[in-house]
Design a protein around this ligand. Structure first.
Ligand SMILES: NC(=O)C1=CN([C@@H]2O[C@H](COP(=O)(O)OP(=O)(O)OC[C@H]3O[C@@H](n4cnc5c(N)ncnc54)[C@H](O)[C@@H]3O)[C@@H](O)[C@H]2O)C=CC1
Ligand SMILES: CC(=O)C(=O)O
Length: 376
């Protein structure tokens, strides 16, 4: 199969979908890999390294998109990339379609086979989301600590406090991969940390991980309101896989926070957990103020640490890409339930139920859509 890797075009997105190590794996399996010239420079991978690994360096993005049978990316395609969509093109990337109606429409209308990293599921875990959640979670506390500094517009507190002075209070809503990693860094910084989750089993696991260094709380509007009101930093990391994120922190709750407090809405890629987050922010312009509270809502946080993130992401995506390329997409879907769970759009049908429900499409099972694909 011909696999194409275009350069990412999202604001400050310096990750790339394949490392030279990935090129070696796929080339050895008999596939042709085309990398857009300089696609790797943001992650410190040169054209020369890709060539040595066995890739062809292609000058223009349009040639990569048009010649490849499967496109691998990091972030969802942006509108200037929709013109490359065509029937049967395989797109393997983060998609977050519940928050992307225009993109979904373009994928459906052009009958792209769209496989989303974030819904590939193995034993109730999300192996292609987890590494980026680890990165974003760790960054969330670091970023929150920075914006709490007076110079950056925050209330001017140090999360660790000092002897004789209170520690900063951090609340993490959603104790999954992002939330656990955010809590690890917040605890490491010396903050007073509360983690809120809806799943009692997860709350028990969190207590096993952190012992008494965090407070765990059941998720309900009362607990969230109390914790938010008393926090210096609130991190939103609640996910219902594939679906639009629930707005658990209301405008009233944000109004109850002290001026100069900070919220970091990591779940913004699925639409966000805060009612007061009304737009996605960028690495260029990451913060805005509402009700005196600083809001951070960057949807590609790991793009700020691209070397670490690219390697972590491609460690997990390449084995799946190799299966799709070697078996062909229909056989790979039929033989590997994890790949099947990643299929969001196929043959003009929305095949991920939560996306169909949120965006008002008729849901088709992957089997129904595959049958059509085979017959067509
Ligand atoms: N902004 C960015 O750059 C990035 C954003 N993300 C996003 O962060 C979000 C979280 O991802 P993960 O931690 O990997 O997901 P996860 O599935 O590991 O964790 C989600 C947690 O939310 C909990 N939850 C569900 N409903 C809840 C409720 N009503 N109240 C409290 N907790 C509830 C679940 O029990 C689970 O523990 C996702 O939207 C993901 O796409 C991930 C990486 C980068
Ligand atoms: C998960 C995701 O959206 C990201 O890493 O940018």
């Amino acid at each position: 199969m011909i696999i194409g890797v275009p350069k990412e075009i999202k604001n400050n997105e310096n990750r790339v979908a394949m490392t030279p190590a990935g090129v070696v794996n796929l080339s050895k399996a008999g596939h042709r890999v085309m990398i857009e010239s300089n696609a790797g420079v943001g992650s410190n991978f040169t054209n020369e390294e890709y060539k040595v690994a066995g890739a062809e360096i292609i000058e223009s993005a349009s040639d990569v998109w048009e010649k490849a049978e499967m496109i691998m990316k990091v972030k969802e395609p942006l509108s200037p990339e929709y013109k490359y969509f065509r029937k049967g093109l395989i797109l393997f990337t983060y998609l977050h379609l519940a928050a992307e109606p225009e993109l979904t429409k373009a994928l459906v209308e052009n009958e792209v086979t769209a496989i989303a990293y974030e819904t590939v599921t193995v034993n109730n875990t999300l192996p292609l989301l987890s590494p980026m959640s680890e990165v974003a979670g760790r960054m969330a506390s670091q970023i929150g600590a920075q914006f709490l500094e007076k110079f950056y517009g925050g209330k001017g507190i140090l999360l660790s406090g000092v002897p004789g002075v209170n520690r900063g209070k951090v609340t993490v809503i959603g104790g999954g991969m992002v939330g656990t990693n955010a809590a690890k860094i917040a605890v490491g910084l010396g903050a007073d940390v509360t983690i809120i989750d809806l799943n009692p089993t997860r709350l028990r696991q969190l207590e096993d991980i952190f012992g008494t260094s965090v407070q765990t709380l059941m998720s309900n509007p009362y607990n969230i309101a109390e914790a938010v009101k008393n926090s210096d930093l609130v991190i939103g990391s609640v996910l219902i896989p594939g679906a639009k994120a629930p707005k658990l922190v209301t405008e009233e709750m944000v109004k109850s926070m002290q001026p100069g407090s900070v919220v970091v809405d990591v779940a913004i890629d699925q639409g966000g957990n805060f009612e007061t987050v009304d737009h996605i922010t960028t690495h260029d312009d990451p913060i805005y103020e509402k009700h005196g509270v600083l809001h951070y809502a960057v949807a590609n946080m790991p793009g700020a640490v691209p070397r670490t993130s690219t390697i972590a992401l491609t460690n997990v995506t390449i084995p799946y890409a190799a299966q799709i390329a070697t078996k062909g997409v229909v056989k790979a879907i039929n033989e590997n339930p994890a790949i099947k769970s990643g299929v969001n759009v196929l043959n003009g049908r929305v095949t991920y139920e939560a996306v169909a429900l949120d965006l008002g499409y008729e849901y088709a099972t992957v089997e129904e859509a595959v049958v059509k694909l085979v017959i067509a």
